[in-house]
Design a protein around this ligand. Structure first.
Ligand code: AP5
Length: 219
């Protein structure tokens, strides 16, 4: 059994962390992380990267026409067959409609996890976050420090602060999230399962596992 899975949640609610912790269980699924794709395009200075860089740095959403085109191009018949874990898409009502059209009435169940947490808990998570410049692994200076300062445990890459993990951009990202989330939830309501994302990482992981375990692919 597989699934079409989307993680919804405010910046810093733990979507990337939980996806990484579940990497074994979700290994058969195609991983679609719009944030990671965009940061890679920016690093490689592609046309797409140049076009969207300023949106990301300021914390604004990249326009729907760019993101929905990326989604449509990426979700091939092979992806429909493998299943998907989507971290960071959908982020607007139009994206939610595209997501629903693509994955409802398909081969596998559609599940939308909503990571619920008050925004005032998230600023410290985001200001302390470090990511690996090479493999995108996520750390935190206090709650998840690397074994060697500023070096990734997994691949030895150097850890950096994301361009949008500063106070001003975080405020903009919170506003974008608050403006967009309810219409997304309205579109995807029948598929949403809420998870209390305010607890520590392993408690959140256990909740996510208990929701998803019926759908995990057997090895
Ligand atoms: P994106 O990369 O998707 O960022 P985001 O949604 O803002 O989410 P984050 O990556 O900041 O947070 P997260 O929930 O993954 O938290 P994490 O697990 O890292 O998007 C970035 C930008 O790209 C957007 O602003 C936009 O410009 C553009 N973009 C992307 N997708 C788009 C789309 N679909 N449409 C338009 N534009 C788009 O955790 C954060 C920190 O907290 C870490 O340090 C972690 O160690 C720590 N932590 C995690 N869980 C816990 C816990 N339970 N307790 C304590 N600490 C924790």
């Amino acid at each position: 059994m597989s699934m079409y899975l989307a993680l919804l949640g405010a910046p810093g609610s733990g979507k990337g962390t939980q996806t990484e912790l579940l990497s074994t269980e979700l290994s058969g699924l195609f991983k679609f992380s719009t944030g990671d794709i965009i940061r890679s395009e920016i690093r490689n200075n592609t046309d797409l990267g140049q076009a969207v860089s300023s949106f990301l740095t300021q914390g604004k959403l990249v326009p729907d026409e760019v993101i929905i085109k990326l989604f449509e191009k990426t979700i091939t018949d092979d992806v429909l067959l493998s299943g998907i874990v989507s971290d960071g898409f959908p982020r607007t009502k139009n994206q939610a409609l595209s997501f629903l059209k693509k994955f409802s009435n398909q081969k596998y169940p559609l599940i939308v996890l909503s990571f619920d947490i008050e925004l005032d808990q998230l600023m410290n998570r985001l200001l302390g976050r470090r990511i690996c410049s090479s493999c995108n692994a996520v750390y935190h200076t206090l709650t998840k420090p690397p074994k060697v300062e500023n070096i990734c445990n997994s691949c030895g890459g150097s850890l950096i602060v994301r361009a949008d993990d500063n106070y001003e951009s975080i405020k903009v990202r919170f506003n974008e999230y608050q403006n967009e989330i309810q219409p997304i939830k309205d579109v995807l309501a029948p598929y949403i399962v809420s998870v209390d994302a305010s607890r520590d990482t392993l408690d959140v992981l256990n909740s996510v596992k208990s929701v998803l375990s019926p759908y995990f692919k057997s090895a």
